[in-house]
Design a protein. Structure first.
Length: 430
């Protein structure tokens, strides 16, 4: 008998890696108008596994078990509700035939790959508003909860839930299909798809809450989806740039936290621990991104990541180059988060006073008001200027924001450097 804790961990892993594929596969069979049914069927399947595996044991091929049970649940739902009218029995036959295949076979894996690609492009259809399409793709392809999506967007959970409802309604009302976009529509859809993938990666690379700083499953899933798009016939140079960016950032995983699980800043990391396999993958796709004249935000961000990565070869970080790249990126995006990241490079090149001046306008931005990294960066700069009381106020405020436990411990240490302590309610548990 498998312990419930182990079963839960396995199911969470499978949900992250298989739920999107299962929903995409069932949606192709049931039709996009029944996306809700596909999602409900997958959730029901995961619940059944959670109920039975601790007692009966985990199947030898857990993914195949999940697909088979999901097919059977879908068949039961179609028969029970006669959802397709005259086509019910034909659909039951198709679902039954599909249930005989199993993940792992080449033909089935190729079909799943195509299903996923079609699904994520449908979620990013121009008929669906960008904010709703991104939320829907995160929910379906990434297995995100509404709360996780809200954190990724710095938005309210109710607003994200409404976006999901609206997106699914538009799919039904407009009769959207899983057909891949025509060449004229490809560029717009590709941009939305890549935005989704990068948001999935960012949530994993710097988890907004929880015990772990890095959620490797989300980063791996984002990288997998990025490679899915970049290696397809629908790819473009900026898709390779996105893969390069994610791979080069993910290469730092082993060095971003110490043995105690605490945050280690870039310049203090042991570069020898960086993942050479991911570095090689990143530079391979960075080279491919250079094809043509296109220069996207992903290209510039990948160039910044590449500049940091070169430090792993024994070179010091070229901060003037990093600042120049951030200047270019800020001109392209106008993002307050980019402006905040740029301030770190400004401090390295021009000093903390100049960096404080650079981020001063951000204080009025409502999206950053409860963002712990904004407060942490400002506190760090103030501490460098020996303005300890002001720095302590920033770190106290940051500790009151949602963040991961490793970040909370880091903020508590920074607060201690100011010669101050936090209220007991804001300190991380021992």
């Amino acid at each position: 008998m498998t312990p419930p804790s182990e079963t839960g961990a396995l199911l969470e892993h499978l949900f992250r890696h298989q739920a999107g594929r299962m929903v995409a596969h069932l949606t192709r069979l049931l039709g996009p108008a029944r996306l809700d049914l596909a999602e409900e069927t997958v959730q029901e399947t995961m619940l059944r596994a959670l109920q039975t595996w601790p007692h009966q044991g985990v199947p030898e091929n857990a993914a195949a078990w999940l697909f088979r049970v999901a097919h059977n649940a879908a068949i039961d739902a179609v028969r029970r509700d006669r959802l397709i009218g005259e086509k019910t029995e034909a659909l039951v036959v198709e679902l039954s035939q599909a249930s005989q295949a199993a993940p792992g076979g080449q033909d089935f894996e190729e079909q799943l790959r195509d299903d996923e690609l079609r699904m994520i492009f449908m979620c990013c259809h121009p008929e669906i508003p960008r904010d709703a399409s991104v939320a829907l793709s995160l929910k379906i392809a990434g297995g995100f909860s509404v709360r996780e999506i809200a954190r990724a967007f710095l938005a309210e959970e109710a607003a994200v839930a409404q976006r999901l409802v609206r997106a699914k309604a538009l799919i039904r009302q407009r009769g959207l299909t899983l057909e891949l976009p025509r060449p004229a529509d490809l560029q717009r859809r590709l941009d939305a798809v890549m935005e989704v993938i990068y948001l999935v990666f960012n949530e994993g690379y710097a988890a907004h809450e929880g015990e772990d700083l890095i959620r490797h499953d989300l980063c791996s899933e984002a990288l997998r989806l990025g490679l899915l798009v970049a290696t397809s016939s629908l790819s473009a140079p900026r898709a390779h740039a996105l893969v390069a960016l994610m791979a080069l950032q993910a290469a730092r995983w082993p060095a971003r936290v110490d043995e105690a699980g605490d945050l280690v800043l870039l310049e203090s990391q042991d570069f020898s621990r960086w993942d050479q396999r991911l570095i090689t993958l990143g530079f391979r796709h960075f080279d491919r991104s250079m094809a043509g004249e296109e220069v996207s935000e992903y290209h510039v961000q990948a160039a910044i990541a590449a500049t940091y990565t070169r430090a792993a070869a024994g070179k010091s970080i070229d901060w003037p180059l990093v600042l120049s790249l951030y200047d270019q990126l800020l001109a392209m995006s106008g993002s307050p988060v980019v402006a905040l990241n740029r301030a770190v490079a400004v401090a390295k090149v021009r000093g903390p006073e100049a960096a404080l001046e650079a981020i001063a306008p951000l204080e009025q931005n409502p999206k950053l008001r409860h963002y712990h990294l904004w407060l942490a960066v400002r506190g760090h700069l103030l501490l460098e200027l020996e303005r300890r009381e002001e720095a302590a106020a920033c770190f106290r405020a940051a500790l009151e924001c949602r963040c991961s436990e490793p970040e909370r411990r880091f903020l508590a240490r920074k607060l201690a450097e100011c010669g101050a302590v936090a209220d007991a309610a804001t300190l991380p548990a021992a």
